[in-house]
Design a protein around this ligand. Sequence first.
Ligand code: NAD
Length: 241
Amino acid sequence: MNSSSPIRILIHGASGRMGQALLRLARENPALQVVAAVSRSGAAIDGVDVPMFASADLARCPSFDVAIDFSLPEGFDAVLAACKMRKAALVSGTTGLSTQQREALAQAAHTIPVLWASNFSLGVVVLEELSRRAAQALTGWDADIIESHHVHKKDAPSGTALTLGAAVAAGRGSAPHYASLRAGDIIGEHSVQFTGPGERIELIHRAGNRDIFARGALSAAAHLAGRPAGNHRLADLIFSD
Ligand code: NAD
């Protein structure tokens, strides 16, 4: 990749809560240039001067180096196919993907760089590691993950809860229990709890705004551009600086 020219970004799911945060924050980074914004309808978004495309017209978008996808599982197959066709990288935070979609993503990693993460905040990357270590030390204790999100969130438990659960399972050999709350406009809270006889540890992450996820995804896109094909991990990119 020519380091003097900006990295060309396609935002998929551009009209959504995350898409709009990505469009706003990408403007602050001169290393990135958003060349296309894709949503289900393709309708113009107030204050956005980037070419808009409907998801049905994805094939007609200009060339891009990295697609950043925060849409819904219904839209995921099309953006993955577009990245494979253009040999572009894919950063995706879409949650609730099916087993087949996860397999298709793993297959695509043979030919393009991909990075899927259930949570793009630095705090959750660290929480994942803390949860794994605590679970390793507390194998006989109960382990529970409690997550709270806004009422519009479709999947439950959240993708982040499942990622934290996998870390707990890796540490102690068995999965935790999950509890989900959908209420008001909560952006995202995750509590990993370990309960033993007469004592309890609670590890809690609270997201204060969506910008933390958008900044993490934009930073991941900047790191991923020009890397070899493969399944990249957010922790490796974040801690590689
Ligand atoms: P939203 O409902 O506000 O926006 C969804 C966007 O996807 C819209 O632009 C919509 O037009 C588009 N879309 C829907 N169906 C589509 C289709 N078939 N083809 C193309 N585009 C389509 O949702 P949101 O709150 O912005 O969240 C989007 C996704 O990101 C969800 O899966 C959510 O769970 C996930 N999320 C992930 C993280 C993370 O850090 N990984 C953080 C926040 C949200």
